[in-house]
Design a protein around this ligand. Structure first.
Ligand code: UDX
Length: 437
């Protein structure tokens, strides 16, 4: 099938590359000329395990190309995927200007009947709007149908998720378009769930809202565990054994970040509000997440008092491991607060430092390694559970730090390990380990 994918951000690029890998003839369109050059040379602008290898392979096998020439990009496409961003507006709602812009481009360059697939996360009703924009501009010269096909991939395992996801959701009103999309996706070998367009749009928001709710829920249980001297790790495990609850997404920490949960939860509250429904539960989930991001600072102040002049090491800046993405990372709020309170911050992240420099600019100094970051530090805050962090031998901390004080926002170590290493260890939802205890 001849497919065009518009937008080579996270979702568009992974979608385009993976559709080529299952045998489709894919052209990815992006307006950024430099990015297109980079992509055509087989280089990925984002860090994503396995992506570049697949890109190179499919470019070589001539199933994948990138262009900023719209005429060429849309030419002959039987299916067009819209995968441009829907960033958050100031009021929390989704900014649909990129999606609408693409709809206008499609109308301008369309020369045959086509199926337009909306991959971008969009409020309920947007697919209809996209179809209306196109139809109003092409004057019924061609037959266009719309299919909603939300994306559920996780950053850091996007390629793996695309081939091993739990479901592919396609929402359509036109049965032929639905069948075509089913055929397009069949080679992935993943169960396909078919529904109407509006329900499909809602499935995406509801799924992300539910997962975010699980995280805020377990974080609050962790905070209560701390007060009651219970251990959240065991509480999560014990809860997760109930299949109705499930074991995933019950890791307590410093809250969710990234490009989806913060944006999509706010958008859903906003969509509900516009329709005169107060989504109280989700509003609380968002509020809990904001406070959870700063919980390490409370622990730090409890231990060190005033932070002015204190040297604080940060391990990890990305919103989660295996990504260089800094969007909405808890590290941003934490670092800004540390600086505001007069601390000196030395940070290390194996992948996200370059992106962090754009977000945090001069506020922070950057180290060259995990050990480099803790040299002479008064305390260490762990913000991302990178494997190198989890595998670090805690006893070595003494060689580097001014005081062996660790405040772990991701529960990377067993309490016993900390006890044996003779360090002070404060984590989330677990009893503290103080020296000699
Ligand atoms: C998420 C959804 O999982 C994906 O389906 C959707 O398409 C996009 O949003 P992503 O943002 O890549 O994917 O990351 P994910 O692995 O889901 O983690 C999101 C955030 O939640 C991270 O900050 C992570 O640290 C946090 N998290 C996750 C927890 O704090 N605890 C958990 O148990 C799980």
């Amino acid at each position: 099938m001849k497919i065009s994918v518009v937008g080579t951000g996270y979702v568009g690029l992974v979608t385009g590359v993976c559709l080529a890998e299952i045998g489709h003839d894919v052209t990815c369109i992006d307006i950024n000329e430099n990015k297109v050059k980079l992509l055509n040379s087989g280089k990925s602008p984002i860090y994503e395990p396995g992506l570049e290898e697949l890109m190179v392979k499919n470019i070589e096998e001539k199933r994948l190309g990138f262009t900023n020439d719209l005429e060429k990009g849309y030419h002959g496409a039987e299916v067009i995927y819209i995968a441009v961003g829907t960033p958050q507006k100031e009021d929390g709602s989704a900014d649909l200007s990129f999606v609408e812009g693409v709809a206008k481009d499609i109308a301008a360059y369309l020369r045959n009947d086509t199926i337009v697939v909306v991959k971008s996360t969009v409020p309920v009703g947007t697919n209809e709007q996209v179809l209306n924009i196109i139809n109003s501009l092409i004057d019924k010269k061609y037959y266009v149908s719309i299919v909603s096909n939300p994306e559920f991939l996780r950053e850091g395992s996007a390629v793996k998720d695309t081939f091993n996801g739990d479901r592919i959701v396609i929402g359509f009103e036109d049965d032929i378009a639905g069948q075509v999309l089913e055929e397009v996706n069949k080679p992935f070998g993943i169960p396909i769930f078919k529904t109407d367009v509006r329900s499909s749009e809602m499935i995406k928001y509801a799924s992300n809202a539910f997962l975010a709710t699980k995280i805020s829920f377990i974080n609050e249980i962790a905070n209560i565990c701390e007060k009651l001297n219970a251990n959240i790790e065991d509480v999560s495990k014990g809860m997760g054994l109930d299949q109705r609850i499930g074991q995933h997404f019950l890791n307590a920490g410093i809250g969710y970040g990234g490009s989806c949960f913060p944006k999509d939860t706010k958008a859903l509250v906003q969509i509900a509000g516009e329709n005169f429904y107060d989504f109280e539960l989700l509003s609380s989930v968002i509020k809990v997440n904001s406070s959870q991001q700063l919980i390490l600072l409370e622990k730090l102040r409890d231990r060190l008092g005033n932070l002015r002049g204190k040297q604080i090491a940060l391990w990890g800046l990305a919103f989660k491991p295996n990504t260089d993405d800094m969007r909405e990372a808890p590290s941003i709020a934490i670092t800004r607060k540390l600086i505001e309170e007069g601390a000196q911050v030395l940070a290390y992240d194996p992948i996200a430092i370059d992106n962090a420099k754009h977000v945090l600019r001069k506020e922070v100094s950057y180290a060259n390694s995990f050990t480099d970051a803790i040299k002479g530090a008064d305390a260490l805050l762990i913000l991302t559970e990178w494997n190198e962090v989890k595998q670090f031998n805690l006893s070595e901390i003494h060689e580097y730090m001014a005081a062996p004080i660790i405040i772990d926002g991701r529960n990377c170590f067993e309490l016993d390990e900390a006890r044996k290493a003779n360090v002070e260890y404060y984590s989330i939802g677990r009893p503290p380990i103080t020296l000699g205890k």
